[in-house]
Structure formats: structure tokens, C-alpha cells
Design a protein around this ligand. Structure first.
Ligand code: EPS
Length: 375
């Protein structure tokens, strides 16, 4: 399975093409739009989300809500394009306007203008923007339709906002409550503190990142491989999560904790119970030797604070070489809820890809038969 994305943040539309879906897969358009709306939600988001009403428009590959096995192409229109058309139109635009040369620390601006031989960081940030993730959420929701057919589900919640951390453990079922919360957090008191901090940061013109936990339930053992480094499931998932804008760290299971504990406190002991292998706990996060071991897959990712700070950080104006305050017109204070939805989506897509890589299958019946034969 392969996803190609295209589109600029203030261009006409965001576009995605998915290749490799089996035929006859039911595509739940309401679910896709629900995920797109969730990506726009959450406490701490900025002005852009008041303009956009992200909705998928499927252009090919689906007939009467079932996939055809052909490339599935779709678009998500940028409503803000109407305001940006004079400055963004491919057919001709006034590029003297909306120029950005006071490059933002932490954003793609500076390295991008140098690499692509530009004088206007607008030509970089439009594509580097996290708006691109709308496409990945739509594709992830389609991957969830595929996973649902096999009894695999993906969920998650926000564990930490700018150092305010929920250290509780939750069952997979408990995670479902997160999405109805303003910050997708599960402890009301901790969430309240995090919301107050976001208010403070908004006043101060500052931003916040956080930690998201993603869990995958129902995946049978043996997905991924120990035979070649490129096929290790943890490497594939870490790459998927790290590919999301603003992610600076990924953990699997106990993650960095493994470095602080002895072997007997880290490894999950194995028992045979009623003819099935079970483990004493799940520090491995459902992956051993680069393969799923049948336990829940547990991933965590750290999101850096949004690099557009309304108060502006020290920078250099690329046009003049003079010291400057970094550009800021509008920004999210925190986009951790969006990040949670995006991480679920990219994890779902990566797992669907690994399953389809192992099972093949031109049509859904073949895929389901092959999956059901696995123990
Ligand atoms: C985003 C839209 C953008 C930003 C954000 C993501 O809107 P605008 O730039 O028009 O205000 O809110 O972009 C970034 C975080 C970024 O780094 O560029 C969206 O729809 O998710």
C-alpha cells in the first residue's frame, strides 16, 4: 500500500493517492470525515480552523462506497484558498505579497530556502506546513476501514502537554473516552491544569507540545520480520510516527525506560496458558524481534511546540542579513489533539501496509481468508 500526498497549505486543495487497496473494501466516508473533523479540533488551536471544514472528496477508486482495487484518489479543499488566490494561484500570482523572510526557528523556513534556492520562505512553508496531515488522516481512516475488517483497532490519547503529564495507565477500552475531551486527556484534573497552561501560553504568545500514546489492538503475531532490518515492525512504525510534522521522539512499549532498568524488570516473561502463549506484562509494547507478538502495540511520540510563536523568537532576516524577530501572523498555541489523530492515522496506514505486504490479496475476501488462517 502506498500513499502519495500533494498540496500547499494555502493552495487550492490537498490531494492524496492510495495504491494497493484490495477491491470490495467498504469505505466509510462518514468515518473519514469524522477523523478529519477531529484533526481540526482540540483546545489551543488557532484561527485557521475557523475557516476550514475539512471534508474528503473521493475522485477515483471507489464505486458505491466499495473500493475497485484501482488507485484511490481524493482531495480536501482548502477553503482559505479564496483568500489566498491572488498570492498563490498557479496561473499567476503576486509573489511580492505574503513574503516571509524572517525565518522561524524550528520551522523548515531557513534550511528550505537555502536548499531550494528561494528568496521567499513562503515557497517552503506552504508544503512543510502540518496542514498536509489532513491527507494522511483521510488515508489513515481508509486504512482503519481495512483494519476493521480484520478485527484490528487503533486508539490513543494525550498523555502530556508541555510537561503536565498523566502517569496513569489505561485499558484500550478506556481510551475511547479521550476524543470527547477538550485536550484528549483522560484525567480531568490534569487536563484542567494543561488547559490553564495553554491559556497562559496564549497570553504570553508562546506555544506547547506534548506526548501522545497510540495503541493498536487485535493484530495477530508475526507481522514485521526479524530477517531484514527494513522489515522490522518497530522500525516501520517509528518511521511512520517520525514522519509527522513536529515529532521529535518515538518510544515503543517501555521505550527509554529500558535503559534505566535491569533485564529482569524489562523483559516480559512467557507462560503457556490454555494452549496459548501469554506474557506477564507488555513492556515490549507488542513487538519482539521486529515482529508483532500478539500483544497490544504501544507507541508514544513527543511533539515539539509549534514553531510559530506570536511573541516571535530571535532570528535573522534572510533578505537583509539583519537581526529580526521571527514572523508570526497567526498560530496554534497547541495542536496536540490534532497530533493524536494524525499519529493514529499514520500508525493505521503503516499497519495496513505491513498486513497487505504479508498477505497480498487483490480482493477483500482473499485478504480476510488469509488473515483468518493465521494463528
Ligand atoms: C494547519 C494550518 C495552518 C497552521 C498549522 C496547521 O494554518 P495557517 O498557517 O493558515 O494559520 O495552523 O500549520 C503548522 C503547524 C505549520 O507548522 O505550518 C492545519 O490545518 O493543520
Amino acid at each position: 500500500m502506498k500513499l502519495t500526498t500533494a498540496g500547499e497549505s494555502h493552495g487550492k486543495a490537498l490531494v492524496g493517492i492510495i495504491e494497493g487497496l484490495p477491491s470490495n473494501l467498504p469505505v466509510d466516508i462518514d468515518l473519514i470525515n469524522q477523523y478529519l473533523a477531529l484533526r481540526q479540533s482540540g483546545y489551543g488551536r488557532g484561527g485557521r480552523q475557523k475557516i476550514e471544514r475539512d471534508k474528503i472528496e473521493i475522485l477515483s477508486g471507489v464505486r458505491n462506497r466499495l473500493t475497485l482495487g484501482s488507485p484511490l484518489a481524493f482531495e480536501i479543499v482548502n477553503r482559505d484558498y479564496e483568500n489566498w488566490k491572488p498570492y498563490m494561484a498557479p496561473e499567476g500570482a503576486d509573489v511580492t505579497q505574503k513574503r516571509l523572510t524572517k525565518v522561524r526557528p524550528g520551522h523548515a523556513d531557513l534550511t528550505g530556502v537555502m536548499k531550494y534556492d528561494q528568496t521567499d520562505a513562503r515557497n517552503i512553508l506552504e508544503r512543510a506546513s502540518a496542514r498536509e496531515t489532513a491527507v494522511r488522516v483521510a488515508a489513515g481512516a481508509i486504512a482503519m476501514c481495512y483494519l476493521k475488517e480484520l478485527g484490528v483497532s487503533v486508539s490513543g490519547y494525550v498523555k502530556c502537554v508541555c510537561g503536565i503529564e498523566d502517569k496513569n495507565e489505561y485499558s484500550f477500552e478506556e481510551l475511547a473516552a479521550a476524543k470527547s475531551q477538550p485536550l484528549f486527556m483522560l484525567d480531568p484534573a490534569i487536563q484542567q491544569k494543561a488547559m490553564s497552561l495553554i491559556d497562559e501560553l496564549r497570553e504570553a504568545g508562546d506555544t506547547a507540545g506534548g506526548i501522545v500514546e497510540i495503541r493498536i489492538k487485535g493484530l495477530k503475531s508475526g507481522f514485521g520480520s526479524c530477517m531484514q532490518y527494513t522489515t522490522k515492525l518497530d522500525a516501520i512504525l517509528a518511521s511512520a510516527l517520525m514522519s509527522v510534522q513536529a515529532i521529535k521522539g518515538v518510544e515503543v512499549g517501555m521505550g527509554f525506560g529500558v535503559a534505566y532498568n535491569r533485564g529482569s524488570a524489562v523483559h516480559d516473561e512467557i507462560y503457556l496458558k490454555d494452549g496459548r502463549y501469554v506474557r506477564s506484562r507488555n513492556n515490549a509494547g507488542g513487538i519482539e524481534g521486529g515482529m508483532s507478538n500478539g500483544e497490544e502495540i504501544v507507541l508514544r511520540a513527543a511533539m515539539k511546540p509549534i514553531p510559530t510563536l506570536m511573541k516571535g523568537l530571535h532570528t535573522v532576516d534572510y533578505a537583509t542579513g539583519q537581526p529580526a524577530t521571527a514572523a508570526a501572523e497567526r498560530s496554534d498555541v497547541a495542536a496536540i489533539c490534532a497530533c493524536e489523530v494524525i499519529l493514529e492515522s499514520v500508525a493505521a496506514f503503516a499497519i495496513a501496509d505491513v498486513i497487505s505486504g504479508r498477505l497480498g490479496g487483490d480482493n477483500l475476501r482473499e485478504v480476510k481468508e488469509r488473515y483468518s488462517r493465521l494463528s
